[in-house]
Design a protein around this ligand. Structure first.
Ligand code: ADP
Length: 664
């Protein structure tokens, strides 16, 4: 193969450019990333060799070698892992951007400080070597391929890369970084070139910080002190510079918080601390160790169904697979970490994992741990818990549809906005229940698009007047959640836009209640209800007098077992068929418009069918029917819906407006 030049994919180029210019203050991560790739490559070879041990090519001891050359200004990371074929290297290093790259660019703000924090979170991988290097050469050969099938990849990190054939005796990958020169570094706005990296001491320090736990030995040339020259001299002999003891196998007491956090960084790819972690040895029928981390920030691809999430699975300390999603329920997919099992067979596949009883026990165990950890934080540090909730609350809510055994645990972790706080802050259900009025038996809630829209809903009027708290469910998944939960601590959830509401037994804060205007009697209201129903025909299931309105003239509600108007609109906007819902129109008998309607309903006569089924002589005037239709459309608008025929609505409204104007 002669030398070929290829271009980076646009996103890769953008990423490189951003990285070179914004990450040099955090440059040490390049070594962590390269070592982590090497360690993954060794793990991969180990897994592949289970099926074909000739891949080891007679050398089954894995290692990673780190070298530097002060004069040539190079750093090398060499591994004898699985290596890459020509096609693999083209795809992996340049032409295919990592998944999530597009979303990542979508989140950039243009503000350098914010964006560099984002890139840290994104996980930069191999390309991070261009933070310090002006040229990188990768020599690699896939395990099992002949030496003549080696490939050499070279790039200066701008625009593209070249590849050509190479004869490589040993399998695996050798990466050489040519550090940027002093002048190139200053052109790049950096204070100095990264000469300090060209020292045994510095490289070893970085390895100890970021890669100590890597289970593969990381080797460097041994140094001895030359008494005569008073300098260290490098020997050909190698020494191991990492502990290589998997952190989760050590006793908790021997691990510092910093070590846990450093470990978290190695697989989160970022530089941020975790939100919380939990490390346990589980004994019993299934034995395993779990080291689980909840990140502080949601990854870009949390809601990307294509994206794999999950824990790293080890079996008796041997790495088996990444992203073992079977070890956690899907709604906890933001959790990262390791499970090391003592019972599973080494040759497990994803399919076996799906069916294994041990895996089921591990999954349940991990879910319980995470939920217990969250419960503890929510109790001891509610503020901190809210920061978790804001990042992952929506994801956690998916648990209601997925994990029935933990329903109660999830209910105590869920947070909703409410009418209680000044700014409608989030509240727990426990706190809601503690604040319930005497005589209040239900947890009242309203669902809708936004806080502003639900707060202006007429359905809230009586609750506001009586000082009864209502939960404001404005998350898209909330309607769906309500399919799975009906009560909390024995108190049923009740949507205030559905069914009848009886607040008579609830203690009221409303002092004016006794001075209330005299209500019209049922008999007085009957003709209005009958006639309004005739006017509205198929549009409604019923017309009733409302107990929930104080200011507005009317509102729509759903029958107890029907879907709410909000859910109906959600389903329609998602292109799904919504179950047929006919709303009930509720009228406020104390509202002047309704009073006017009552007076008219009484006057008019025409032939219609009354509620008792008998024909009644009554007549319906256009003014009456227009007003009823207007009220219906108004109610529809105020719950976020649309009149069936907006032109007619406007026409009717204008008719009344003109009438009103002519009297002024
Ligand atoms: P990530 O490691 O997150 O997938 P990287 O950009 O670091 O992203 O690497 C891209 C891919 O290149 C890796 O997934 C792996 O397939 C391949 N790769 C990188 N380094 C090595 C290596 N030392 N040996 C074998 N393959 C490697």
């Amino acid at each position: 193969m002669s030398k070929e030049s290829l271009e980076f994919q646009t996103e890769v180029s953008q990423l490189l450019n951003l990285m070179i210019h914004s990450l040099y203050s955090n440059r040490d991560i390049f070594l962590r990333e390269l070592i982590s790739n090497s360690s993954d490559a060794c793990d991969k070879l180990r897994v592949e060799s289970l099926a074909d041990d000739s891949l080891f090519e007679k050398d089954s001891t894995m290692k990673i070698l780190v070298e530097y050359d002060e004069k040539a200004r190079t750093i090398k990371v060499i591994d004898n892992g699985v290596g890459m074929s020509k096609d693999e290297i083209i795809a992996n290093l340049g032409t295919i951007a990592k998944s999530g790259t597009k979303e990542f660019f979508g989140k950039l703000s243009g503000d350098a400080a914010r964006d560099s924090a984002l890139i840290g979170q994104f996980g930069v991988g191999f390309y991070s070597c261009f933070i310090v290097a002006e040229k990188v050469i990768v020599k690699t050969r896939r395990a099992g391929l002949p030496p003549s099938d080696g490939v050499c990849w070279e790039s200066n990190g701008v625009g593209g890369f070249s590849i050509e054939s190479l004869t490589k005796k040993s399998r695996g990958t050798e990466i050489t970084l040519f550090l940027r020169s002093e002048s190139a570094a200053s052109k790049n706005g950096e204070e100095s070139a990264h000469d300090d990296l060209l020292s045994h001491w510095k490289l070893q320090e970085i390895i100890a910080k970021y890669s100590d736990h890597i289970a593969i030995p990381i080797m460097m040339k041994k140094r001895t002190w030359d008494e005569k020259k008073s300098i260290y001299v490098e020997q050909d002999e190698l020494e191991q510079v990492n502990k290589a003891s998997a952190i989760w196998t050590r006793a908790k007491q021997q691990i510092t918080e910093e070590q846990y956090e450093d470990f978290f960084k190695t697989f989160s790819g970022g530089n941020e601390k975790s939100f919380a972690y939990s490390h346990n040895k589980v004994e019993g029928r299934t034995e395993y160790t779990q080291l689980l981390f909840i990140p502080g920030k949601a990854p870009f691809d949390l809601y990307d169904r294509q994206q794999r999430h999950g824990l790293k699975l080890y079996i008796k300390r041997v790495f088996i697979m990444d992203d073992a999603e079977q070890l956690l329920p899907n709604y906890l997919r933001f959790v990262g970490g390791v499970v090391d099992s003592n019972d599973l067979p080494l040759n497990v596949s994803r399919e076996i994992l799906q069916e294994s009883r041990d895996v089921k026990a591990i999954r349940e165990g991990c879910a319980k741990r995470i939920l217990a950890l969250l419960a503890e934080i929510s109790k001891n540090d509610p503020e901190k818990y809210l920061s978790f909730w804001n990042e992952f609350g929506q994801c956690l809510k998916e648990g209601f549809g997925e994990d029935f055994t933990n329903k109660d645990r999830l209910l105590s972790l869920v947070r909703f906005r409410s009418t209680f706080g000044k700014n409608n802050e989030l509240t727990s259900l426990q706190d809601y229940v503690a604040r319930m009025k005497s005589g209040q038996e239900k947890i009242f809630l309203i669902t809708g698009e936004t806080i502003a829209s639900v707060l202006s809903s007429p359905h809230l009027e009586i609750f506001n007047q009586k000082g009864i708290e209502v939960l404001l469910l404005v998350d898209r998944v909330d309607e769906w959640v309500l399919n799975f939960v009906t009560e909390f601590e024995g108190k049923h959830f009740q949507s205030i836009t559905k069914g009848s509401i009886d607040l008579d037994k609830v203690d009221s804060e409303d002092e004016n209640e006794t001075a209330e205007k005299k209500r019209l009697t049922d008999k007085q209201l009957e003709p209005l209800l009958v006639k309004a129903k005739v006017v509205l025909g198929d549009k409604v299931k019923d017309v009733k007098i409302s107990k929930r309105l104080t200011d507005s003239a009317c509102c729509l509600i759903s029958d107890e077992n029907d879907v709410s108007g909000h859910l109906e609109r959600l389903l329609k906007s998602a292109g799904q068929k919504a179950p047929e819902r006919k709303p009930i129109l509720e009228l406020n008998s104390k509202h002047p418009l309704v009073e006017a309607l009552v007076a008219r309903a009484d006057d008019e006569t025409s032939k219609i069918v009354g509620s008792d089924g008998k024909k009644v002589e009554q007549e319906i005037s256009t003014v009456f029917s227009d007003l009823v239709l207007l009220l219906f459309d108004q109610a529809l608008l105020s719950e976020g819906g649309q009149p069936d025929n907006p032109t007619l609505f406007v026409k009717r409204l204008n008719g009344f407006l003109l009438d009103g104007l002519s009297k002024r």
